[in-house]
Design a protein around this ligand. Structure first.
Ligand code: ZN
Length: 342
């Protein structure tokens, strides 16, 4: 691992009303814990000035500037996350992008009432000739507002791709379409704007080869895209439960990628992932490409959750007792950042 490891925290946030709580949370929790990367998943919750039809939350440009100022004062790199390709809504319900531009929907024939496990969530069509122009304009606003040098494009759990009903994608290779979407984003974010690009790694994991389930790994054929995308994309390889092994860490490192293993709240699983990732990295010739670790959070960050977190004690709760998700997330945050600071 390189000298100053990445100690990243991820959360979903898109609320103007909670901006003071969030800034306090950064200063009172993330800074003392030594977090140096903050991934803010705002998706469509930003107040887009060029595209008000996409705005589905209340986070303003001024809010973003204030968050960035607090982070910069404290040596934290801010990385906005905007879900690309997949996760364009929940179940059959479209998000604001597909509501405003239904022509971008990869699966318009699916009922808005559709629910998991029949249907997970919608994707945009990577071959629609106008979708990228819209997305790049949205990205421009986020990049400017957060004054960032890096961007996270999401791209996890993309299941609706190369749909048989899509006139553009029908019959095409899923891995080629996935790689095209990644490369389109790369072309804009890295080549045009000069930023670093981050993405979730699950669609690049061959489920059969790695033994991962269909969430952490791919069973539909997108994983072959691994050989068709640039190696300077930072892959966030998430595993939230303790597994027998995490072979993707070595696979990504040996393929030339930088990797940030990513945990959730479960302490035992997080520690195991970190330990295993470090062990694997040390067995490669490129151990410095293991950049650190990210702690993800998927709870609702309302005022109560921020306040609860800020009132927690400095000492992490001991490792072996049963505790609630937020308590355990706090414990994991303390233990993982501590390990990364050793
Ligand atoms: Zn399509």
């Amino acid at each position: 691992m390189r000298n100053e490891p990445v100690r990243a925290f991820h959360l979903r946030f898109g609320s103007h009303e909670l901006i003071e709580s969030f800034k306090q949370f950064i200063e009172k929790v993330l800074v003392p814990k030594g977090i140096n990367h903050l991934i803010i998943e705002c998706n469509t919750s930003f107040v887009f000035e060029t595209h008000p039809e996409i705005t589905a939350g209340t986070l303003t440009k001024q809010d973003a500037r204030e968050i960035t100022a607090v982070c910069k004062q404290n040596g934290i790199r801010v990385i906005p996350l905007f879900q690309c390709l997949g996760h364009q809504g929940w179940g059959g319900a479209p998000n604001s992008i597909l509501k405003a531009y239904p022509e971008f929907d990869e699966t318009p024939h699916i009922s808005v009432e559709a629910k998991w496990p029949d249907f997970f969530c919608r994707s945009w069509c990577p071959l629609h000739p106008e979708v990228n122009d819209l997305v790049f304009e949205l990205m421009d606003e986020l990049i400017e507002a957060f004054e960032t040098d890096a961007f996270h494009v999401g791209m996890d759990e993309v299941y609706e791709i190369a749909d048989d009903h899509c006139p553009r994608c029908k019959g095409k290779e899923r891995s080629e379409l996935f790689a095209k979407a990644v490369n389109d984003m790369y072309g804009y974010i890295v080549e045009k704007r000069g930023l670093q690009m981050f993405m979730w790694a699950d669609r690049l994991n061959d489920s059969e080869k790695t033994g991962y389930n269909p969430w952490e790994g791919d069973t539909f054929g997108t994983h072959k895209a691994i050989s068709a995308i640039p190696k300077d994309i930072v892959l966030m390889d998430w595993h939230y439960d303790k597994l027998d092994s995490y072979p993707s860490v070595t696979i990504f490192l040996e393929n030339g990628f930088s990797v940030i293993p990513s945990c959730w709240y479960k302490t035992e699983a997080a520690l195991d992932l970190l330990k295993e990732s470090e062990r694997q990295a040390n067995e490669t010739a490129v151990s410095e490409k293991l950049q650190g670790m990210a702690i993800t959070s998927w709870n609702q960050w309302d005022k109560e959750a921020f306040e609860k977190f800020m009132s927690m004690t400095a000492d992490p709760v001991s490792e072996d007792n049963e505790i609630g998700e937020l308590d355990e997330l706090y414990r994991t945050l303390g233990i993982i950042t501590g390990k990364l600071s050793e």
